[in-house]
Design a protein around this ligand. Structure first.
Ligand code: CDP
Length: 221
């Protein structure tokens, strides 16, 4: 308790990552993209030639993740995202990654006074006592459009119908799994970014953070 934690949860391509990074910079907090942990596990599962359905194998690799490898730009690929949503279904994988996430939140690096974590289960499972919980969402079409532009910018081959189908499949897997499914925490504030650009989403998120921290009597934001 006592740490200043912002939980940013939501479905794939809702703009959580960009938003979480900007909040962290603005408020001088550390930032952890927890999706990178599942993506890195997926990368290591693929590299080891394991079946993503092999829970014990994936959990063993998750437990051995090298945090230095989380910055790997290769993690953003679509295939890795798809496999990440398969390995993340295994409770043993989630358990293997729990301590790293909690430790980051409660003992942020570089003496930061708190942390912003983005993912699917930050407000519900990882940090249920987070100071502010945002659930960032957008329509399937808006999210597919953003993911398509992201892929095009990175020079990766992109097919609109395939991107939409992939997001739909991931939404379904992330929401229906029994371990830490994607859902809105009861005390989260919903932020629909469908009609907002990145600056507008950031402005809306800052207003929510400010209102929330005022009601907590904190001077930190
Ligand atoms: O960036 P994008 O929204 O596409 O996904 P991500 O945040 O990088 O997460 C990739 C996958 O990891 C998700 O589809 C989830 O299945 C899983 N994940 C999770 O289960 N729990 C988290 N806290 C973060 C990601």
């Amino acid at each position: 308790m006592g740490a200043f934690i912002i939980a940013v949860d939501g479905p794939a391509a809702a703009g959580k990552g960009t938003l979480a990074r900007r909040l962290a910079t603005e408020l001088h907090l550390a930032h952890l993209d927890t999706g990178a942990l599942y993506r890195a596990t997926a990368r290591d599962v693929l590299a080891a030639g394991l079946d993503p359905a092999d829970a014990a194998g994936a959990a063993e690799l998750a437990g051995k993740l090298d945090p230095a490898s989380l910055a790997d730009p290769g993690l953003r690929g679509e295939e890795i995202g798809r496999v990440a949503s398969i390995v993340s279904v295994h409770p043993a994988v989630r358990t293997a990654l729990l301590d790293y996430q909690r430790n980051f939140a409660y003992h942020p690096p570089n003496e930061a006074k708190g942390a912003v974590l983005d993912g699917r289960d930050i407000g519900t499972v990882i940090c249920p006592e987070a100071t502010v919980k945002l659930f960032v969402t957008a329509s399937l079409e808006a999210r597919a459009g953003r993911r398509l532009r992201e892929l095009e910018t990175s020079g990766a081959p992109a097919d609109a119908a395939a991107v939409l189908a992939d997001l739909q499949a991931r939404d379904e897997r992330d929401s229906k799994r029994s371990a830490a499914p994607l859902k809105v925490a009861t005390d989260a504030v919903l932020l629909d970014t469908s009609g907002l650009d990145a600056d507008e989403a950031f402005g809306a998120a800052m207003s929510i953070v400010r209102a929330r921290t005022r009601s907590f009597g904190s001077s930190q934001a």
